[in-house]
Design a protein around this ligand. Structure first.
Ligand code: ADP
Length: 489
């Protein structure tokens, strides 16, 4: 592979390109008119404008991207995450155009793209699943009977779901139809597919996922877990590896289950099998994401493997150069997604210009960023600006480092999730490891941040007063009468 096109933008485009270049591979960027000056465009060896800002007119134009790749004699396309990364038709078209798709085959993407098809595919492998129905609801009285049997609350989920959309909690039977209609209409508008199904609503779950890696020669391994329970709107904000609660036995069992899920769909490349864990550490298969995850750096830091390099090697047909027993976890990594969102205002997107944007650097700090100081955050795309990751020998040290880095991070011009991250990493529930996916609901209020900012402000005011006093003391040199002063001149 001599030249790779990265069909993406922002931090992930840049991150993929850096590894490709390290491997001696040339990189091609595509960009929308809104991203003309983006770092990924400047980094690339060649860059092509693909269309206007809206994704549907640029980053989602599969055929156009393939045509660009062909015209530049590209031999591999990396889709990143989001956009076309889980589009089976795109993966197929890339391959048919004689270009290597750096990801799994179209059939694996298709099966795992539907939560129902995924459940069906892994059924034969004895993978634990959340109790519920594993087919689209067509008969409401029948579905209600199942719900009554499982016990309320239950969750109605869209089969085509993603990004936390099309998911509705039903507390009691009287709400069933109403919530189901809402889930269906959300699923139709977001995914064009209104199939929904029921799962038992796990009361206090943790979201723990397993990274898998498979080559084209039948080797499938797991790279341990990532803990992703700190979420807002069912979407992750803080992740870490390893999890603070898994025992070696549960870790092994989940790893083995994840490998089976990957094998069930003939998976090739890097993928993630997501599970929910209950308070007794029982785990249940949720879904498989057939791409590189946003939070992959925490796995890279504890395993020492570059997952993009592994993806490229696998796509080139190489055999994985290790066995399961060669893989080990070292140290601890914590990631904070820095979103252009206002944690004081319900995590609503915050648009504007990054008037100041400077991260501390040093050992144990990794910043995967798609922006630079002075850039505007476009409204057209996901509001994630960067991922801040800290790494240290153990969990308390990685958390402490994250605190220090957040404190020293300079970000102005927009609201961001940095103060939220600060709140999380110093919260007792997080530091003790006793938390679940309801962390935000249970503990977080805008006042928390306002309070800590007030505290910071009063510390700053006290410091300023002290400095002023010192300064004044220094100024208390004997006053020279003005006449003397004149004479001296
Ligand atoms: P999506 O594909 O939209 O991200 P997932 O199935 O991966 O949906 O679930 C996203 C999140 O929703 C999970 O991390 C968890 O917080 C919550 N969730 C999903 N299923 C359940 C369930 N059965 N019980 C409780 N929470 C759930």
């Amino acid at each position: 592979m001599k030249k790779i096109l990265v069909a993406n933008r922002g931090e992930i485009a840049l991150r993929v390109m850096k590894t490709a270049r390290k491997m001696g591979i040339k990189v091609v960027a595509i960009y929308s008119e809104a991203d003309r000056n983006a770092p990924h465009v400047r980094f690339a060896d060649e860059a092509i404008c693909i269309g206007p800002a809206p994704s549907k007119d640029s980053y989602l134009l599969g055929d156009k991207i393939i045509a660009v790749a062909q015209s530049l004699q590209v031999d591999g396309i990396h889709p990143g995450y989001g956009f076309l990364s889980e589009n089976a038709g795109f993966a197929k078209a890339v391959t048919e155009a004689g270009i290597t798709f750096i990801g799994p085959g179209p059939s694996a993407i298709e099966v795992m793209g539907s939560k129902l098809a995924a459940k069906e595919a892994v059924k034969a492998y004895g993978i634990p699943m959340v109790p519920g129905v594993d087919e689209a609801i067509e008969d409401i009285p029948k579905a209600k009977a199942v719900a009554a049997e499982i016990g309320y609350p239950i969750l109605i989920k869209a089969s085509a779901g993603g990004g936390g959309k099309g998911m509705r909690i039903v507390e009691q039977e009287s709400e069933f139809e109403d919530q189901m209609q809402r889930a269906i209409s959300e699923a139709v508008s977001a995914f064009g597919d209104g199939s929904v199904f029921i799962e038992k609503y796990i009361g206090s779950p943790r979201h723990i996922e397993i990274q898998v890696l498979a080559d084209q020669h039948g080797n499938t391994f797991h790279l341990f877990e990532r803990e992703c329970s700190i979420q807002r709107r069912h979407q992750k904000v803080v992740e870490e590896a390893p999890s603070a609660v898994l025992t070696p036995e549960v870790r092994n069992a989940m790893g083995e289950a994840a490998v089976k899920v990957a094998q069930a769909c003939d998976y090739v490349g890097a993928g993630t099998v997501e599970f929910l864990i209950d308070e007794d550490l029982n785990f249940y298969f949720l879904e498989m994401n057939t791409r590189l995850q946003v939070e992959h750096p925490v796995t890279e830091l504890i395993t020492g493997l570059d997952l993009v390099e592994q993806q490229i090697r696998v796509a080139r047909g190489e055999v994985l150069s290790f066995q399961q027993e060669d893989l080990a976890m070292n140290g601890h990594a914590v990631e904070l997604r820095i979103y252009a969102e206002d944690p004081m205002d319900n995590f609503l997107p915050s648009i504007g210009t990054l008037t100041r944007y400077r991260s501390p650097e040093g050992e144990g700090i990794r910043l995967d960023s798609g922006y630079e100081e002075g850039m505007e955050i476009p409204i057209h795309y996901d509001p994630m600006i960067a991922k801040l990751v800290t790494y240290a020998e153990d969990r308390p040290a990685a958390i402490q480092k994250m605190k220090e880095v957040i404190d020293a991070f300079e970000l102005e011009g927009i609201a961001s999730t940095l103060p939220f991250g600060r709140f999380v990493v110093e919260h007792e529930a997080f530091t003790s490891g006793k938390f679940d996916t309801h962390f935000v609901k249970h503990y977080f209020q805008a006042e928390n941040i306002k309070e800590s900012q007030k505290e910071e402000a009063s510390v700053a005011a006290a410091l300023a007063a002290q400095l002023l006093a010192e300064h004044q003391r220094q100024l208390q040199v004997p006053t020279i009468p003005s006449s003397d002063w004149r004479q001296k001149r």
